[in-house]
Design a protein around this ligand. Sequence first.
Ligand code: SAM
Length: 377
Amino acid sequence: MLDERGVKLDISVEEEPTKESEVFYNTDMVLNRDVSVSALQAYADNQSVDLKILDALSATGVRGIRYAKQVEGLEKVVLNDSKPEAVENIKNNLERNEVDRDLYTVEEKDANLLMTENRKGFHFIDLDPFGSPTRFLDSAARSLKHDSYLGVSATDLATLCGTYVKTCRRRYGTWNRNLPYCHEVGLRVLVRAVFEALAKYNKVFRPEISFAKKHYYRVQGKVKETKKGVNRSLKNVGFLVFCEECGYRRFIEEKERRPNCPSCSEETCRIGPLWTGRLGNKEKIEETRIVAEDKGYEDAEKLLGTLRDECEIRRPYYDTHNFGKITGLPVPRLDELLEKIRDKGYTAVKTHFAPTGIKTNCPAEDIREMVVDLNEN
Ligand SMILES: C[S@@+](CC[C@H](N)C(=O)[O-])C[C@H]1O[C@@H](n2cnc3c(N)ncnc32)[C@H](O)[C@@H]1O
């Protein structure tokens, strides 16, 4: 018997669970579920009605059961999986955990069919599929209420990170490249796909929490039906231009021309379209962090603290090792470099994307000079 945050599950834990597992359970996703539970609680705390929510791809039911048992302010939790073995496991796990019978229903349907049947039916939908979530986004867009919340996981990181260029174009509509800061680029490719899917239904998606961890990305955010809101937010979709020689990078708008590198005059490269806006909402992340702290989810609390500090810096993060390659010099200690950047009046913080990464609004050219300076002094 497995115990996840007090929820008992009758399953055997495999080292590397796959699609072929009879019922899928992954211990690497506990942090993802801790953040999701905390974020849903923070969202529910700000609503005037009890919420009807959908765990669309439920497997063992662990997510839906955790929502039902650990989030206050829910009216109904629908747990769904198209696989009969999973549905039987979900039902057993619900009973084993003594979830209030009036609080849930279990469905055995294709998630797209279920969401299509429930037009504007849910205040919150959780999409946590194998691989890419793109094939479920259109139905989720229809099934979300005019004022609602959406959580999406993706595990097709090789595609999102630009290793499989054509697959990324096919699945996400983005021409991508594998860059040293590929996880931020990948997350931005995912956010833009979610935004575009909802935009077709005049619903604007505003990302509140986005992060990359091990083998997955997670994006959560508010949804609101408003044509004007979608139009206003279109400015957050654009392209990334970058210089392969010197590390220069900048987002440009869709209609903007690709500039040459202002630092070394080389021709720049361009990828996109992708999300160029903020990846999170500082206030909402802090509210979620406080919930996670209250619940004793230490890793989630720590992660949310980092996300809160970095979410307003739009420029993609720098991996400091890259400056070592560019300058041919040893890379200074991270804290030393952060301090130097801040001394020059820029914002600079550590990032969750990489232990050797920094998020800053400082241009690459200036950081290069600081690396040289720090080596000379
Ligand atoms: C990655 S697992 C879900 C993990 C789960 N959300 C968790 O937190 O442990 C994906 C699940 O989606 C189910 N599934 C795959 N395609 C589906 C579809 N089209 N409709 C409904 N369920 C589907 C699979 O049977 C599998 O149980």
